[in-house]
Design a protein around this ligand. Structure first.
Ligand code: SAM
Length: 204
């Protein structure tokens, strides 16, 4: 069992889940029965926030299926470690460059982007890895925009989940949630672009 926040087992997990991943966003498939009051309306608001970011040379780190990436404007590069996520994102994002690779560290040069965007990736990084990722993101891009799970009163701020993959192997995934103030604090300050029941977005 491994304990790196985003290790190869976690990526295998996302790889397996890629074809159904958007069910989480859409409240379909295995998420159809979830009790998530206001979820769909807030996803729409989140999309508006992403669409409202000024066009820029932007890197989406851990883009997944590209569900939010497609709303980024400008010259878009998207990175994910999972081959199946990249395949889905590339089909969905004909005008972006979608690349498969590890974000830790980012395989890009200093100052290559005006903005680093990342959604629901930061929360899988334990504190030391978050600090390292942030430093690296600031090396590669001027502005950092982070979309995350909002802290909910019914869930602990951080936890390790055990997951069992199709091959029976077990691994642990770290996950934390943030208030807008927590997240801004971690990023060393920033503007709250959205704070709702389900999501927070900080530009720093
Ligand atoms: C929870 S999903 C978020 C996907 C997308 N950003 C979204 O909001 O829908 C996390 C993504 O991080 C990717 N990932 C995990 N660890 C990674 C790493 N070290 N480098 C690059 N991508 C990684 C996974 O493959 C997965 O697509």
């Amino acid at each position: 069992m491994t304990e790196r926040g985003t290790d190869e087992r976690m990526c295998a997990d996302f790889d397996q889940r890629a074809p159904d991943y958007d069910d989480w966003w859409l409240g379909s498939g295995s998420f159809a029965g979830r009790d998530r009051p206001g979820w769909s309306a807030e996803v729409e608001r989140l999309i508006d926030v992403v669409r409202g970011l000024p066009p820029a040379r932007v890197l989406d780190v851990a883009c997944g299926t590209g569900f939010l990436t497609r709303h980024l404007r400008g010259e878009v590069v998207a990175l994910d470690q999972s081959a199946r996520m990249v395949e889905i994102a590339a089909a969905r994002l004909p005008h972006a460059r979608v690349v498969q690779g590890d974000a830790l560290p980012l395989p890009f040069s200093d100052g290559e982007f005006e903005r680093i965007f990342t959604s629901h990736f930061f929360h899988h990084l334990p504190p030391g890895e978050r600090a390292a990722f942030m430093a690296d993101a600031r090396r590669v891009g001027r502005e950092l925009v982070v979309v995350e799970d909002a802290r909910r009163p019914d869930a602990p701020a951080e936890q390790w989940h055990e997951r069992v993959l199709g091959d029976g192997s077990r691994h642990r995934i770290y996950r934390r949630s943030f208030t807008a103030a927590d997240l801004a604090d971690e990023l060393g300050g920033g503007e709250v672009l959205h704070e709702g029941r389900w999501f927070v977005v900080i530009a720093s």
